[in-house]
Design a protein around this ligand. Structure first.
Ligand code: IDP
Ligand code: MG
Length: 149
């Protein structure tokens, strides 16, 4: 068991389309645990810091514009190998590669608006969690389910 935390963010289109519950439900049903969550507007500065690795990419302006266009649902998700587990639920970055059954495969038509962000490694998860959450906003909680999920 390698209990990890990952940063997950439902992008603005999710709130516009009123499908946050459906997507959260997939994360919960998998057996992952929500340990922090907040609805927030991201400013340009935070968007550019979060996506700093893409600063030189041609889609950077579109990406920063989209992510700041409305509220996002930011969360920290915990579980066994949670980083890879959430990435699998999300599906591929490019919508043409995202298979049906994955969140992006089922909900996204355009790569630039691919519905959900999830950290790609434990190190980036730590960096991203710290960008969005204070330590005391993350709740460690125990339940009786760990044996069977
Ligand atoms: P990821 O979200 O699967 O980790 P990244 O390569 O880190 O994918 O890209 C960050 C975000 O930038 C993607 O989720 C997507 O919204 C956007 N993006 C990536 N590649 C393209 C592209 O080729 N065109 C438009 N937007 C893109
Ligand atoms: Mg990425």
């Amino acid at each position: 068991m390698a209990i990890e935390r990952t940063y997950v963010m439902l992008k603005p289109g999710v709130m516009q389309r009123r499908v946050a519950g459906e997507i959260l439900s997939r994360i919960e049903k998998k057996g992952l645990k929500i340990v922090a969550m907040k609805l927030m507007n991201i400013g340009r500065e935070l968007a550019e810091t979060h996506y700093a690795e893409h600063r030189e990419k041609p889609f950077f302006g579109e990406l920063a514009g989209y992510i700041t266009s409305g509220p996002v649902l930011a969360m920290v998700i915990e579980g066994d190998n949670a980083v890879a587990a959430v990435r699998r639920l999300c599906g591929a970055t490019k919508v043409d590669d995202a298979l049906p059954g994955t969140i992006r495969g089922d909900y996204a038509m355009h790569t630039g608006m691919n519905i959900i962000h999830a950290s790609d490694a434990v190190a980036s998860a730590e960096r991203e969690i710290a960008l969005y959450f204070k330590k005391d906003e993350i709740i460690s909680w125990k339940d009786g389910n760990e044996g069977w999920i």
